[in-house]
Design a protein around this ligand. Structure first.
Ligand code: PEP
Ligand code: MG
Length: 560
């Protein structure tokens, strides 16, 4: 048995097979081919494998989400068979003696470059498809995939850390737990584990990523941060008991379904859930969340190999609105950049991506893209209780521009005779110190605030939320962060707006009392946190203690 100590970022016990996440660093050899005929045969075999994999993906998509979502795989099949593409590869193999992988890789660069330089936006976007089909062919030619796990069936995903564009590719049904060598409590892997309600341990260190772990039995204890490889019988028994105890506690929480989120002294607060897509809706409903406090719409973009159309987005937002049946669903507009990179956006690499071109900054400079999303949200607003939330706002001007575009989208829909909710609420994410300092101005022009404590912490404390080395400095309980939240709450209420918290602190039970004392109106957390939050709220009595609670939290760190 090997036991490793990391940091548990979400409780729970998982016992299963270890599956190493492989990130294909495709180093394509430039070695000339000895035998072009052999390379041609390898190319042909890779083509057939790619075609049959695409057919499988098409069938799966049609079965699970519908014909429309499967179309992209049919298009990719056609592209694999495209004669120009094939001729370019064959020509390189026959005339330049290139090996098959190098011929595909060079052809990909050449043809995607031609598309990328085209005037027409639609044609420009085809560059990503060329890269996509080429990566598939290269996977079969080199045996290295662009990323993924090899194990089939339920497993524990072991990785250095995962970025959103990688986690969206995982078959989540089969993931029992995450264990990573690096990462931080606010990293995307940790957030995803909380949303999926599965254990996660991060920071296991370099030695964790050993090839021989693949396929072995692994146990993850998200409570203590310990990970065991080939656990002995005694350890397994202990963990099984812990697992049973955890299940028992979860079952007890079920009794809180349908009950109010009200303290013993009669204060009410809304408890909502955060989601990344429609897959998370079942968990929201099962955990009896009062609404969706944060729909991270960028996952729709991350899941696709191309910009999702207005119609595709509309269908998703509409389903969320309908399934929540009148409960509030807050859709955050596209928040990409920083750790959420999407190839087909063609964003240039940046020195400091967290301080870079991201979120509303992209939307306000790529207005067509933004308008498409705004129209889709407005159309879906006719089917339920939708609200819209703008991320990374740092100025009143940005809010005004975003609202103007929203108005423009609504004007178009009105003229087209398309129904939408004229009274849809507009919210601002409070996740930069700038937005807190001008929260008086912003509150005067918005219906609500939603505090993104993950980014608010990193920007307030000047500590990159992704950098595990900075964990000791990136303390979300820091009084500077809590004072920021209180300032925003005061300004929101002064101007008749309401305020929620949708960052990870929303589900932090150590701070629930503090947030209630601040008068926070809504807390939004991973679906699995809704009932623990309800339990916590119902156990609290703040009578006559608000000032004392605030003084303590805002003047000194709450953690010993
Ligand atoms: C946040 O910053 O707290 C937030 C909710 O947004 P994200 O984690 O998606 O950046
Ligand atoms: Mg954020």
């Amino acid at each position: 048995m090997v036991a490793l100590q990391g940091k548990g970022v979400y409780g729970g016990i998982a016992i299963g097979t270890a599956a190493l996440y492989r990130r294909g660093r495709l180093e394509v050899s430039t070695e000339p081919a000895c035998d072009p005929a052999e390379e041609l045969a390898r190319f042909e075999a890779a083509k057939q494998s790619a075609l049959s994999e695409l057919q499988g993906l098409y069938d799966k998509a049609v079965r699970e989400v519908g014909e429309k979502d499967g179309q992209i795989f049919q298009i990719h099949q056609m592209m694999v068979e495209d004669l120009d593409y094939q001729d370019a590869v064959i020509n390189r193999i026959q005339n330049q003696k290139a090996n098959a992988a190098y011929a595909v890789s060079e052809t990909s660069k050449e043809i995607s470059g031609i598309f990328a330089a085209m005037e027409d936006e639609y044609m420009r976007e085809r560059a990503a498809d060329v890269r996509d089909i080429s990566a598939r062919l290269l996977k079969f030619l080199t045996g290295v995939s662009a990323g993924g796990i090899r194990t089939e069936g339920k497993c524990i995903v072991c990785a250095d850390d995962l970025v959103p564009s990688e986690t969206v590719q995982l078959d989540k049904e089969n993931v029992l737990a995450f264990a990573t060598a690096y990462g931080s409590a606010n990293s995307h892997t940790a957030i995803l584990a909380r949303t999926m309600n599965i254990p996660a341990v991060i920071g296991l260190g370099e030695e964790f990523l050993r090839e021989e772990f693949e396929g072995k039995t692994m146990a993850v204890d998200g409570f203590t941060g310990r990970v065991y490889l080939d656990p002995d019988e005694g350890t397994l028994e202990e963990l099984r008991q812990k697992q049973a105890e955890d299940e028992r506690k979860k079952a007890l929480l079920q009794q809180l379904k349908g009950k109010e989120n009200r303290t013993l002294d009669g204060r009410s607060v809304q408890v909502y859930a955060n989601i990344g897509g429609l897959d998370d809706l079942n968990a929201v409903l099962e955990n009896d969340a009062g609404g969706i406090g944060l729909f991270r719409s960028e996952f729709l973009y991350l899941e696709n190999s191309d910009y999702p159309s207005e119609e595709e987005q509309f269908q998703v937002y509409r389903q969320a609105a309908e399934r929540m049946a009148g409960k509030r669903v807050i859709i955050r507009t596209l928040d990409i950049g920083a750790d959420k990179q999407i190839g087909y956006f063609g964003l240039e690499p940046e020195e400091n991506p967290a301080l870079g071109y991201r979120a509303i900054r992209i939307c306000l400079t790529r207005k067509d893209l933004f308008k498409t999303q705004l129209r889709a949200i407005c159309r879906a607003s006719a089917y339920g209780n939708l609200a819209i939330l703008f991320p990374m706002i740092i100025s009143r001007q940005e809010l005004r521009e975003a609202k103007a575009l929203l108005k423009e989208a609504q004007g178009e829909l009105r003229r087209e005779g398309t129904a939408f909710d004229e009274k849809m609420e507009i919210g601002v994410m409070i996740e930069t110190p700038a937005s807190v300092i001008i929260s008086d101005q912003l509150a005067a022009e918005a219906d609500f605030f939603s505090v993104g404590t993950n980014d608010l912490t990193q920007y307030t404390l000047a500590a990159d939320r992704q950098n595990p080395k900075l964990e000791p400095f990136c303390d979300p309980h820091h009084e500077a962060v809590l004072r920021m939240i209180q300032m925003a709450a005061e300004q929101a209420h002064r101007h008749g707006a309401w305020i929620g918290i949708c960052g990870e602190l929303g589900g932090d039970l150590e701070l629930t009392e503090v947030f209630l004392a601040m008068g926070i109106d809504e807390l939004s957390a991973a679906p699995g946190r809704v009932l623990p939050l309800r339990e916590k709220i119902r156990s609290l009595d703040l009578t006559g203690r608000e000032q004392q609670i605030l003084d303590r939290a805002l003047a000194c760190e709450t953690e010993e």
